[in-house]
Write a protein that binds this ligand. Sequence first.
Ligand code: G1P
Length: 293
Amino acid sequence: MPSQIRTVVIPAAGLGTRFLPLTKAVPKELAPVVDRPAIHYVVKEAMDAGIGHIAIVTSPGKQALEEYFKPSQEIDALLRRRGMNAVADELQQFAQRLTFSYPIQDRQLGLGHAVLCAREAAGREPFAVILPDDLLVGDEPVLAQMLRAWQRRPGNYVAVEEVPRERISAYGVVDLAAGSEADGRTYRLKGMVEKPPADKAPSNLGIVGRYLLMPEVFDALAETRPGAIGEIQLTDGIARSMDRCPLYAYRYAAVRYDCGTPLGLLHASLSLALRRPDTAAEVRGWAQETLRM
Ligand code: G1P
């Protein structure tokens, strides 16, 4: 078995209804967080974790995503002339260290189906999945944290965090095996359920958009029927392959921002701008002024 994960699948075929009217013309994954598109941050997270192949699952009409990651010498020169070297350097690293592919999902049948559309792109190897709505900010990229655990104990991994009871029914929720703590942050699971009613949730640990998966998950997804909200769920496909691969939850160390709604995106922008030395003072000043009004 390869000791490395080489491909990350990023599902990005959704219509972005919550972002209308913007998404009439622009994929929601290109909506900015401070000064870079949301998807830029998760691609960088994958690159920083040592992953070299980015498979972005798109749908017809979202060619702008492909355009964004296409290397351009003119833009590089322009950025550098304007003193925007940090952005230019990141784009240059993308061009040098990453290859991109764009599997198409032409019917919106659910997240599990979107991942299945990347089956050929990923090959018969372990792979990662990042949901670009979940922006995770911490000292170490969450995918890198999970890869360390995966190298110690291979299997299927889902990232989790504690979720308040009133919000748990919006998540996939994990069911811990008895005596499940494998080490400080890794837990062995005996099941998972997508969007359970709060009183049926098996724990308070909700799945967040980072996964490390074995290729058997593709076989399981191909057999998975629509589940919660009538969609083919990734959670169900992973749970199905439990008899073939051990299943773990990884409780990561990072702060999560939900970029799946316009307000969540605003929260992410504000928090990131307050953390960045080049923007913090100005944004703090505006925030104080706005709160006084
Ligand atoms: C998806 C997954 C769910 C997970 C969530 C995290 O749901 O199906 O298991 O908890 O992402 O963001 P969605 O938010 O697309 O409904």
